[in-house]
Each structure stands twice: as C-alpha cells, then as structure tokens.
Design a binder for this molecule. Structure first.
Ligand code: SIN
Ligand code: MN
Length: 210
C-alpha cells in the first residue's frame, strides 16, 4: 500500500447509476507517463486477440499485468497465471496502483490489470464483470487515448441503458451495488485524442481476482 501522501489527489466524483466517475482524474503528463509504463507491459506480455467461447474473434486486443491475467478462448472466460504464449504477466505499474489506492482507499492491491486496446472499429458488448471470486471488491477502469461511447445498463439483462463518453484521463469505479451492472463500449471516436500517435484507446480495468 502506498502512503496516502504519495497518492494522486482526485477530483470530486459524479455518481452515474452507482458508478463513481472521476472526470480528468489525471492530467496529460500523467496520461503520457502511464502510456510509457504500458509500453513496458506490452513489451513483456504482447497484445493478443482473444476468441469468445463460440470461436468468434473479439475486436479488442488485450493483455494483462499482475498475478493473474484475463483470457478468453473456446474453454471460456477466466483468469490465468500465465500469458497464452506461456510467460508470466509483468507487474502492475506503480502509477496504476497509486490510482487504484487513491480511488478505492483500499489497502488490498488488485491482482489483475487487464489492458484492452481498441483500434478503429473495435467495441465491446454489454456484459457484467463476474469472473472474480468476491464481488465486494470494486473494479476500477482507467481510460487513455480516443474517447469511447460507454453504455451502462442495470444489474438485470435487458434493463434500460444510458450512454456517456469516456475521455482520456477519466477513471470510473464500479463497486458496491453497481459492481454487477452491465456495461460495454459501443464505439470509439477514432483519432479524437493525440495521446496515442497512431490513434486508438487503451482501457485498464483493475480487479481483485481470488
Ligand atoms: C471492460 O469492461 O472490460 C472494458 C470497459 C472499457 O473499455 O471502458
Ligand atoms: Mn467489463
């Protein structure tokens, strides 16, 4: 756990369907520093294109850092201690952990930092994050690069939804009664941010797994 005087100060959050949204939680220099850290993660654990359990390729490419990484293939969705190519996942960067601690106030560190990369046309269907052992731990989401049209539903399938744009530097906490709320990404506004030179969006989700 970082000492509280080392944690980044976050702006006041807004409540959206039980999620806590910290808009512009960290500035442009902080975003660029995070991208550099993530280049190291991707060098150690290259992005891969997962398949759904039905054998369909996901449009998002992904990798992970931490004790566990999230993987998907015909065997289903799950956490694994190793990258599909066999190597260990790299550690979660300290800057990412500091944001987790600042947003949650928890001493416990996340076990997994899932890194999703959205290129042009990539999206993610509405889903719940439910591959973790204990839903009392929150999920923290960090957005970098192109803005994304994020859709939030309810804890029930097929409930009414609401959309909002997530912009580079935004941080979202999905916890408590909203931990199992459906969410997804309808589209990204490709090229809307100069943060990633070739465009695209990175989303990090931090999860306690076991
Ligand atoms: C996710 O639900 O895993 C990703 C959400 C996002 O990309 O904002
Ligand atoms: Mn999710």
């Amino acid at each position: 756990m970082q000492k509280s005087d080392e944690l980044p100060a976050l702006p006041a959050p807004q409540a959206i369907r039980g999620f806590r949204l910290y808009e512009a939680a960290f500035d442009r220099a902080g975003q660029a520093a995070l991208v550099e850290d993530l280049r190291g993660v991707i060098a150690a654990a290259p992005l891969f294109s997962p398949e759904t359990r039905f054998g369909r390729k996901m449009s998002v490419r992904m990798t992970s850092a931490g004790r566990f990484g999230w993987v998907s293939d015909r065997r289903g969705y799950r956490y694994e201690a190793r990258h599909p190519a066999g190597g260990e996942w790299p550690p979660i960067p300290a800057r990412v952990l500091a944001l987790w601690h600042a947003a949650t106030g928890l001493a416990r560190e996340p076990d997994c930092c899932l890194l999703n990369f959205y290129g042009e046309g990539a999206r993610m269907g509405l889903h719940q994050d439910r591959d973790e052992a204990d839903f009392r731990w929150p999920v923290v989401s960090i957005s970098l690069g192109d803005r994304a049209l994020f859709r939030i539903g309810t804890t029930e399938r097929g409930g009414p939804t609401q959309s909002l744009w997530l912009t580079s530097g935004d941080l979202l906490v999905m916890g408590d009664a909203a931990r199992l709320v459906h969410h997804g990404v309808d589209r990204i506004d490709f090229g809307s941010s100069p943060l990633l030179p070739r465009g695209g969006r990175i989303n990090l989700t931090l999860r306690v797994v076991d």
